[in-house]
Design a protein around this ligand. Sequence first.
Ligand code: R1P
Ligand code: URA
Length: 293
Amino acid sequence: MTNELITSANKPVSVDGKTYHVEIKRGQVANRILTVGDPSRARLISKRLDKILFAHESHRGFLTITGIYRNVPVSIVAIGMGLSMMDFFVREARMVVSGPLSIIRLGSCGSICSAQPGDVIVASGAFGIGRNYEFFSTRQGDPYIIWPLVKPDERLTGCLRQAVGKISEVFDGDVGNADSFYGSQGRTGDDFDDANGALLQRIHETHPRAAALEMESHMLFHLAEVSTGANGDQPRSVRAACALVVFADRSGNTFICPEKSTQVFGDIASAVLDALIADASEQTADMHPAAGS
Ligand code: R1P
Ligand code: URA
């Protein structure tokens, strides 16, 4: 638990300007952010920075590393897993960064296309998959809700595809962002009645370009879609894109080995950072070398 004094319930920020969950304040986060799930992935990628200005792990497990990459301030933020963690991160980053915010998610996924463990998929869109709790009480309707597609930022996605494409084959497709690793990704078993035997087929019927399943991209693209300016005057101030390394092949029932995942993230880290700084003209006025103060 944080022991810092917070004076607003609506926007919980400490008296010295630090957000409640991610524990970041103005000047500690760049307006270009690479976000990952796993903190060890964030540390691996941070080795590509030329200089580290700020690093902090919050009491809720968010790890923020801010530094300089090819003369441009960037942050790498590990958020853990799931929709809520993405929501905390995007909203709290928005609170402390002025102007346009570019966010690339570099995550892992299960493949529901021909991509195999170790392959890279760049998202052309993302849709949500949620458990319909009403069904489990009433046995009426569908057990899962599949939401419409939300598009990422076209320019940032193009930069990502191009940069990663220089070092790896890039698969393209839509990403299903489930609210669980298990039931709503169609993983079956005997311990719970998840009513999900037909879910993967329904996903393919609803979204014919569905290529991957994971747990954060739709929330990221959704928040970008509904973002307003930092001062409420500028639509879509958040731009988002997403690249995923295949960890699980859902049709072949295979899973990546740890050495391979470390190798692939290591191989593409610089390319993803290159995509993030491709339009380096937009730098935040908040960032300065004394970021850690
Ligand atoms: C599940 O194992 C986690 O892996 C995926 C999912 O979205 C979920 O967070 O992404 P990350 O590897 O980025 O955490
Ligand atoms: N992450 C997920 O959410 N699902 C997978 O199958 C693999 C990684």
